[in-house]
Design a protein around this ligand. Structure first.
Ligand code: CTP
Length: 430
């Protein structure tokens, strides 16, 4: 449909980006890679071949024309970049699908790390602005030459040789988030960073990438969004640990803060967080990637933590958590050793959210950590044998005493004095 609609207007459309790469990789990975990596639920199309200025919004027009055929699709238009997206959510025929339709364009960067400025141009230039040769392939969907594979930059050879290679030397300076993408693709696909590409990464980092990012972030909030997106993609992937190892080797964490580096202690904390979150997830829905990221940021000086979290546009509670972590840690380290009974520990820890306690637990010594884990995994979820409704049925009236009775039951349960309804009733009679 899309191809016909484009042809009617005298345009060409191309399938570009990740789906072309993944289509070409299907054979290689059949049965050997997690299928979720090759889902094809995110498709990028580029429209090209127009001659008039009015056609610069070709992507948007085409998206609207496609939507006429598929009224189930939701349309989103991003005016400034002449791109549109069609979204199907849990559609009966299509499942969930996201189709981005862009107008062929070159992006030139007026200064390093800035947001790309846009001007209408041809498919070759559109592909040239992309990150890696394996992502700069296109398949023509319109006639003539329908099905033709466009490979201007040697992407096919790099796919065959399992190499992540940038298209030009300035790629990482223009867009530092590509450092994270290079590592993510390399680890995920089992590829190598092509040596010259790796040397460009070293050069970008050595040239003071953090200062670049900081000064550009003021003009381009989109850079922060992209950086956070890449961090999320890396840290939520099953291969996050291996990816982080490569990022640490490249010293790429300085993109977040010049003093951020992976020490043996920080690696231990990250492994602990991963293990704890896995157990803990049964009862809670913590954002694992965010806790891991917060743990990285927590390794910085207290005064820097909130600033970095803010710079990455983390949620307000995350910024707050990191800004106050040093006082929270001091308070917990002071309270816990004075508690003899589980009920006292629960009283001491219940004001804090689970994310805070995971952070503190991963960073603290063994004794404190054991208490925190016990609290998170057991005590915070333990319920007395009788709840408020049971008490009402037993004839107790809600009020001040009622609350005290519930607390007594909870404490007795936590401290192992009662476990059954009979024991609870016996306690009430005492
Ligand atoms: N792209 C880029 N530079 C970036 C981000 C994206 O050049 N910083 C280009 C790449 O050509 C990429 C395309 O935009 O293929 C789409 O980006 P995205 O959806 O993030 O990547 P995919 O390649 O589709 O990867 P994934 O399979 O992880 O979605």
């Amino acid at each position: 449909t899309a191809a016909q609609l484009a042809e009617q207007r005298g345009w060409q459309i191309y399938l570009v980006g990740g789906s072309v790469r993944d289509l070409l990789l299907i054979d290689r990975y059949q049965g050997a890679t997690p299928t979720e990596e090759l889902l094809f639920d995110d498709i990028d199309l580029v429209v090209d071949g127009f001659h008039q200025a009015a056609d610069q919004a070709a992507g948007v027009e085409l998206a609207k024309a496609i939507q006429n055929f598929f009224p189930n699709a939701k349309l989103q238009v991003h005016g400034r970049f002449q791109t549109a997206a069609l979204l199907w959510h849990e559609d009966e025929a299509l499942g969930s699908l996201w189709v981005d339709i862009a107008t062929a364009r070159t992006e030139f960067y007026p200064y390093p790390a800035a947001n790309p400025e846009v001007e209408a141009s041809s498919i070759r230039q559109d592909l040239y602005r992309r990150d890696f040769t394996i992502n700069a392939l296109a398949v023509r969907l319109t006639t003539p030459h329908q099905g033709e594979l466009l490979d201007y930059f040697g992407g096919i050879l790099d796919l065959r040789e399992s190499l992540i290679r940038v298209l030009h030397a300035n790629s990482f300076i223009e867009d530092p988030t590509r450092i994270y993408r290079a590592v993510r693709f390399a680890v995920r696909l089992g590829f190598q960073l092509e040596p010259q590409t790796e040397s460009y990464i070293h050069h970008a980092i050595a040239s003071g990438i953090y200062a670049h990012i900081q000064s550009e972030m003021e003009h381009t909030p989109a850079l922060q969004t992209r950086l956070r997106r890449e961090l999320k993609l890396v840290l939520e992937a099953s291969y996050w640990y291996r990816a982080l190892r490569v990022l640490a080797r490249l010293k790429a964490l300085v993109c977040l803060h010049p003093n951020l580096e992976m020490t043996p202690g920080l690696w231990r904390q990250m492994r602990r967080a991963h293990r704890t979150l896995k157990h803990f997830d049964k009862a809670n829905s913590l954002e694992h990637w965010q806790v891991l990221l917060e743990l990285l940021i927590a390794s910085l000086e207290p005064a820097e933590r909130g600033k970095v979290a803010e710079g990455l546009q983390l949620p307000a509670e995350s910024i707050d958590r990191l800004s106050h972590l040093h006082t929270t840690e001091a308070a917990i380290a002071q309270t816990l050793p004075t508690c003899d009974r589980p009920s006292q520990i629960v009283d001491g820890l219940s004001p804090y959210d689970a994310e805070t306690l995971v952070l503190v637990g991963c960073r603290s010594d063994r004794a404190l950590r054991r208490q925190l884990w016990q609290y998170l995994l057991h005590w915070s979820q333990q319920r007395p044998p009788l709840d408020g409704n049971d008490l009402k049925q037993l004839g107790y009236r809600p009020g001040k005493d009622f609350k005290t009775i519930l607390e007594t039951l909870r404490n007795a349960t936590l401290d192992g004095q009662i476990a059954t309804v009979e024991e609870a009733k016996a306690l009430l009679q005492r």
